[in-house]
Design a binder for this molecule. Structure first.
Ligand code: RB5
Length: 146
């Protein structure tokens, strides 16, 4: 598994915790930035990471900002991306199982590091259920391809 990770200035500390978790668990990743806490635009970092996921270069994207919301809005503009801003473990599992989410977004200003890492673990270890959920996702793809 290889992940695309990105953040803005609002989530530099959370990104450090996430990448430490990935290293500890032997999960490869590419860090798309940002690399300092200087004010920046989340779209500059989230969109390239989301595009790389959509091209199939990475299994999942992990996009972090103050709320997780800006990153999710930006990432969901990329065709083929299903990004979910998640603040609890149940939703982390459900968005993989039901939505086949390929990008997880979280907010450093919303949740603590411990919860964020539990969410990440759930997200990475839950498989898509398929079946009726595949049909629903198919309709989103159809809309994207109109
Ligand atoms: C940056 O101040 C903040 O707006 C950003 O990190 C994010 O929360 C946007 O959705």
């Amino acid at each position: 598994m290889i992940l695309a990770v990105a953040c803005d200035h609002g989530a530099v500390k959370l990104k450090a915790a996430v990448t430490e978790y990935l290293v500890t668990n032997g999960i490869k990743y590419k860090d798309f930035g940002t690399f300092s806490d200087a004010s920046c635009d989340y779209s500059d970092f989230g969109i390239p990471a989301a595009e790389a996921v959509a091209r199939g270069e990475y299994d999942f994207g992990i996009l972090l900002c103050g709320t997780g919301i800006g990153m999710s809005i930006a990432a969901n503009k990329v065709k083929g991306v299903r990004a979910a801003a998640v603040t609890d473990e149940f939703s982390a599992a459900a968005t993989r199982a039901h939505n086949d989410a390929n990008v997880l977004c979280m907010g450093e200003r919303v949740i603590g590091t411990g919860l964020a890492l539990s969410i990440l673990e759930k997200f990475l270890n839950t498989a898509f259920t398929g079946g009726r959920h595949a049909q629903r996702i198919g309709k989103i793809s159809d809309y994207e391809n109109k």
